[in-house]
Design a protein around this ligand. Structure first.
Ligand code: MG
Length: 246
């Protein structure tokens, strides 16, 4: 049994939030995902209150994530930590696909074509989506694992109805470490919040760096604390944003 999270100190903690299934409810088509307007307002207020030490850390590519945020200007990490954008920065040009990913692309493209899967190529990762086709999970996971094993510099990563080959060294833990080496995050205790398997790397990093993790949902986790669902997190964040100082 994992406990309800404690309150945090806006002056001493930093917040790292996953997007899908954490800030925004999971929807059938990923491009339809949206944060409730109240959550967007809460994050804006929290970012001001925490001197900017609030980041959204997503597996999505930044180019895919940004249009869903309705202009919210907080720190962002995309592609599981491979892309970083600090508040106020413009998103730069998308870098060319790294060599080990380029080598794996052909096989994953033909797999996607033959199985009618959605293939997404993003900085640092190639992703196969099988939402709506759960019977393909074992096959997709095996193919992704074998593809990663066949190419040096790649590792497999599995999430909710997605499997990806990603560059070694990429992960949400790496994103936390990058943010925490820069102002306004440096010196703060990280709190990582997420719903999926890929967030566990962030939970471990948060714990190692003097903070803690909050798991959204009922699945097994290494996070120290838990909230039941997306609305429960929205309430917890809102209480944090509106609580009087002191
Ligand atoms: Mg998620």
């Amino acid at each position: 049994m994992t406990d309800h999270p404690p309150t945090i100190d806006p002056a001493r903690h930093a917040l790292f939030l996953d997007f899908d299934g954490t800030l925004a409810p999971i929807v059938a088509r990923p491009e339809d995902a949206r944060m409730p307007p109240q959550t967007r307002a809460t994050l804006g207020a929290l970012a001001r209150r925490m001197d900017g030490a609030v980041a959204i850390v997503s597996g999505r590519a930044l180019a895919d994530l940004e249009p869903l945020l309705d202009g919210l200007d907080v720190a962002l990490s995309g592609s599981h930590g491979h892309e970083i954008r600090m508040p106020g920065e413009e998103t730069g040009e998308v870098p060319p696909l790294a060599e080990p990913l380029r080598a794996a692309l052909g096989h994953l493209e033909s797999l996607a074509r033959s199985q009618n899967l959605r293939l997404e190529v993003k900085p640092g990762a190639i992703t196969l989506h099988y939402r709506g086709m759960p019977h393909l999970e074992d096959m997709v996971r095996d193919e992704v694992r074998e593809t990663a094993e066949a190419h040096a510099g790649l590792k497999p990563m599995h999430g909710n109805m997605v499997s990806e080959v990603v560059l070694d060294g990429v992960g949400k833990g790496a994103a936390l470490r990058t943010f925490l080496s820069h102002a306004p995050f440096a010196g703060r205790r990280p709190v990582m919040i997420g719903d999926d398997v890929t967030d566990e790397d962030g939970f471990r990093a948060a714990h190692a760096l003097g903070g803690f993790g909050i798991k959204i949902g009922v699945a097994e986790t290494e996070a120290a604390f838990r909230l039941g669902d997306v609305p429960a997190l929205a309430d917890w964040l809102s209480a944090l944003a509106t609580r009087s100082p002191g």
